[in-house]
Design a protein around this ligand. Sequence first.
Ligand code: F6R
Length: 242
Amino acid sequence: MKIYKATDYRDMSRKAANIISAQIIMKPDCVLGLATGSTPIGTYEQLVDWYKKGDLDFSGVTTVNLDEYKGLTKDNDQSYYYFMHSNLFDHVNILPENTHLPDGTEPDSAKECARYESLIQSLGGVDLQLLGLGHNGHIGFNEPGAAFEKETHCVDLQESTIEANKRFFNSADEVPRQAYTMGIKTIMQAKKILVVVNGEGKADIVRDAFFGPVTPSVPASILQMHNDVTLVADAAALSKMP
Ligand code: F6R
């Protein structure tokens, strides 16, 4: 595993965007696996900035996102579809038909997960997968205890996640109870993986995930078994590294 230590969030975002840019320049028709959440927002901002300056071309790029809430429509501002459009897709020259997320409006979980998994295979797999890291070591919606051998599947959100998300919705009833997510196996099949992490609050999980034992109770720890992982983290997130 390569570890790049960034001074702060801005530096982490620039370093991560540099790695993604290099991928796009070296393989203009690459498949990027993308993540939502607060951590990659600065990375997307940097990519948009370089695109606007004429330094990046997304016209050949295809994207597949890690996950999506089940039951949310695309125009819901809490959907990951909405997030990706407002943070990246609407600001660069990527072709809309080349951007993919699990379809949260498909009620048939088995059908949607099989469709998404075979879509990824039909694209030839993911060249570079971007990941954020949950405080409990989750990647995508693969929470502690998730089996390492799973492909794209539907997960029941934990009560604590539903409780934490309540504030973003008009009522508790609107909070999604389930999500579609790439499984650990899907993620591990990416040719390269780029993990972005920032902040002191993630220092314990960075230590456990990347320097502790590989165990399903820390889903991200499986990344130690992947042969091309790059961790870009700020000094605060790396402060408990052995
Ligand atoms: C997002 C995702 C999640 C986040 C993780 C970290 O698509 O799959 O696993 O990467 O929850 O979130 P932030 O970056 O908000 O700390």
